[in-house]
Structure formats: C-alpha cells, structure tokens
Design a protein around this ligand. Structure first.
Ligand code: PXP
Length: 237
C-alpha cells in the first residue's frame, strides 16, 4: 500500500507570512525518511501554497513518486510537461474553495480532459483522475483514457454511523470497478489517523494520498514520526 504524503500545508504556513519557512521541500525529505512512498503537491492557479520553485526543487530531489495535482488548464499542462512529475492527478479547482471539494465533472469536461491526458501521456507521464465514488465516473475515466483514478473519500470522512458505512461501500465499489476496467485505484481526501483503516483495508487499492491530517500531527510530533505512524496504520490488516 502506497502512502503519498501531500505537503501543501507546510507551504500554507510559509505563505501565511510570505517568508522562507517552513519549507515544503525540507518537509518532503523528512517525510521520505519517515517512509512516504510518494510526495504530492497541488500547484493551484492562485499559488496559495505550493510555488513553482517548490515543484522544480522537488523534481530534483524526490526519489520516490512525485505526484502533481493540478487543474486541466493550458498553463498547468505546460508545467507538467516541462517539469515531468512521475504522476499527474487532475483535480477540479475553484478559486473560492478551501480545499478540493469534490471529484471531477467528467461529463462536462470530457474533451478538455481527453486532450490533457493525451498531451501529458505523450510526455511519458501517467494520469490519474480525482473522481467521486461512482461506477459511472470510473467508466468515463476509462473511456477518456486515464491510467488511474483516485476515489474521493471526503464524503466518507464527513459521514457518521450508517451513512459512513454506505459511503465506504461506494468507495469499495468504485475501486472494484476500476480494477475490472484495468485502472489502478487510489483513494484520498479527508483521511485521518482515526478513519483511515477501513479504507486501507479495501481489497485491491493501490495507494492513499493524505495531507492535512499528517501535517497537523507533524506540527506536534515531527513529520518523520507522523508519516511513520500513518504507514504503520495503513499497513496493519
Ligand atoms: N487527494 C486529492 C486529489 C486532493 O486534492 C487532496 C487535497 O489537496 C488530497 C488527496 C489530500 O486531502 P487531505 O489534505 O484532506 O488529506
């Protein structure tokens, strides 16, 4: 089970003062020492946390999977082709949102996504789509040409009791469908030390992409330890 650690919120603290610290690049190296199998950054159109400089330095020093989350815009496709991360995850992006709020609107963006995938793949980079836990969306992802999907676990994370069980079932069904379609299946968003185990236990899941909860714990215990604790949790059967 791959653990991709999203270091955006290290940059959020830095940008709060527009200064040089804490540095997400330093955080990434420590996360890797703690056992991260990948480092994720979301280069947003408004550059509210990760900066272009962070991405370029990470590309030079990250020996594990470097996953670039980005919107399917002309600017971002150009940056991806230039920097060459190991994986591009296409996410929806709205300026006013606090964080990515839902999966891609695949129907509405089909043509734009198809073109983005073709161009990014032509540069030798696989593409993952961040999608809602929906069988239909898995099928459309396959049809558009993605190699991977990341199933949005935000609704699972926010639900309680029986509603949470229902959300977990949807995530499980989407993972199964992706595998049937020959797509690699990941999951992420809103996962914490307290809710991650049932998702990690889903058969056939390739990896989990986690940011806020790990960085929050890292503020208190250090990032190496925070990553080590999450790795242990998701590896336990
Ligand atoms: N996966 C995707 C596609 C995301 O956009 C995010 C948030 O940037 C995450 C995973 C990580 O979510 P969280 O910070 O809630 O762990």
């Amino acid at each position: 089970m791959i653990l991709g650690v999203n270091v955006d919120h290290v940059a959020t603290v830095r940008q709060a003062r527009m200064t040089f610290e804490p540095d997400p690049v330093m955080a990434a190296t420590l996360a890797i020492l703690g056992g991260a199998d990948g480092i994720t950054v979301h280069l947003r159109e408004d550059r509210r946390h990760i900066q272009d400089r962070d991405l370029r330095l990470l590309r030079e020093i990250v020996p594990v999977e470097l996953n670039l989350e980005m919107a399917a815009t002309e600017e971002m496709v150009g940056i991806a082709i230039d920097v060459k991360p190991d994986l591009v995850t296409i996410v929806p992006e709205k300026r006013e949102e606090l964080t990515t709020e839902g999966g891609l609107d695949l129907q509405g963006m089909k043509q734009r996504l198809r073109e983005a995938v073709e161009r990014i793949n032509a540069a030798g980079i696989p593409v993952s789509f961040f999608i809602n836990p929906s069988i239909t969306d898995v099928d459309i992802s396959k049809d558009i040409g993605a190699q991977m999907v990341e199933i949005h676990t935000g609704h699972y994370a926010n639900a309680r009791g029986e509603a949470r069980d229902e959300e977990l079932k949807k995530v499980r069904a989407a993972v199964e469908r992706a595998r049937l379609n020959g797509l690699l299946a990941n999951a992420g968003h809103g996962l914490t030390y307290y809710n991650v185990k049932p998702v990690a236990a889903i058969e056939g899941i390739r990896g989990l992409y986690i940011g806020h909860s790990i960085i929050s714990r890292a503020v208190l215990v250090g990032i190496e330890q925070a990553v080590r604790e999450m790795k242990k949790l998701i590896s336990m059967k």
